[in-house]
Design a protein around this ligand. Structure first.
Ligand code: HEM
Length: 334
């Protein structure tokens, strides 16, 4: 992959990650992934996702107001959904989540510890895949193992890497966004009130929140493989490019009043899930998780408000994704 800018000096995960593949390898893996990870599969998961959200909110209610959304919900919910989707046995969810915590961009684990966790995850997936090949279930991992394009199918090692990529990539982005979505609505009370009055706006609100929130910027460096004229700029072959998604999402030639949060905005062609061949294959899943979460949080925690003054919130530092480290919330209890 050349000597391009890296976030991590260790290339252990980078080599086989779909994010870093080019055609024809990328096209092939992406097609096989698309055969298993379909919108239909995501929609079928919605009722289960609603149950997971409800059970976490039940726990928050039982513990009482105030409660921290980050500790009680934001990271746990996407972990439950992705483990269920992949068909990880429920008895292993806790172990799995703690490994995946250690691999996350907010982790303080040393490179040695990260390598150890990675090997654990790799071995676990490898074993699970062997079982799924022999006894396929209705889960995504079984579907990936069976996915075929003519005579082509994913190799054992490709399957393990795709499973790992879905687990790690799918869990963390959504977790940060759940916290950010709730924080952003609480700091835009007019929009929150509108959403409470018109919950049918939740899907449009999720799109607008995805556009408006600065989750991170220019996460993946890309290297030009040929000279490309981009507007006024000539990008020469071999030069790195960091595409500023946030900048594109606030482009005033595309969006009217781009710095305003407007949950009724239509159309909303934001670029939060990327663009082109690497467009996020988890976009439908992330949307579904955010819609289910907003619905559950607004419905079940009436009078939701921040339990601390907004300036006292602390934010993740030194990471590629931005969100509050804790979001203490209060709600009406009578
Ligand atoms: C709000 C949540 C999410 C955001 C903002 C997000 C954003 C993105 C973006 C911007 C890309 C393209 C990166 C590039 O072009 O370099 C991407 C790729 C990817 N995302 Fe997501 N994502 C989210 C959730 C998910 C979920 C839930 C999954 C899976 C369960 C997932 C799996 C992936 C994978 C596997 C890729 C690589 C695709 C490829 O290289 O062909 N993402 N995501």
């Amino acid at each position: 992959m050349g000597d391009n800018p890296r976030e991590d000096p260790d290339d252990i995960q980078v080599a086989e990650s779909i994010l870093n593949m080019d055609p024809p390898k990328h096209t092939r893996v992406r097609q096989l992934l698309g055969k298993a990870f379909t919108s239909r599969r995501v929609e079928q998961l919605r009722p289960r996702a609603r149950q997971f959200a409800a059970s976490l909110i039940d726990d928050m209610l039982a513990e009482g107001s105030p409660g921290d959304l980050v500790a009680s919900y934001s990271f746990t919910f996407p972990a439950m959904v992705i483990c269920d989707l992949l068909g990880i046995p429920q008895a292993d969810w806790h172990q799995f989540s703690s490994w995946s915590d250690g691999m996350s961009s907010t982790s303080t684990a040393s490179p040695e510890r990260q390598r150890e966790i990675y090997l654990n995850l790799f071995t676990y997936f490898d074993q699970l895949l062997k079982e799924r090949r022999e006894h396929p279930g209705a889960d995504l991992l079984s579907a990936l193992a069976q996915a075929r394009d003519n005579d082509d199918r994913l190799t054992e090692s490709e399957l393990v890497f795709q499973g790992l990529g879905l687990l790690i990539g799918g869990r963390e982005t959504t977790a940060h966004q759940i916290t950010n979505v709730v924080y952003t609505l609480l700091t835009h009370p007019g929009q929150l009130e509108l959403l409470r009055a018109r919950p049918e706006l939740i899907p449009a609100a999720v799109e607008e929140l995805l556009r408006f929130i600065v989750l991170g910027n220019a996460i993946n460096p890309r290297i030009a493989t040929a000279d490309v004229q981009l507007g006024d700029v000539l990008v020469r072959s071999g030069e790195p490019v960091l595409a500023a998604i946030t900048g594109a999402n606030r482009d005033e030639s595309v969006f009217d009043r781009p710095d305003e949060l407007d949950i009724t905005r239509q159309p909303n062609p934001h670029l939060t899930f990327g663009y082109g061949p690497h467009f996020c294959p988890g976009a439908q899943l992330a949307r579904m998780e955010l819609q289910v979460s907003l619905d559950a949080i607004l419905l079940r925690l009436p009078g939701l408000r921040m339990a601390v003054p907004e300036p006292s919130l602390s934010w993740q530092e030194g990471t590629v994704m931005r969100s509050p480290t804790a979001l203490p919330l209060s709600w009406d209890t009578d």
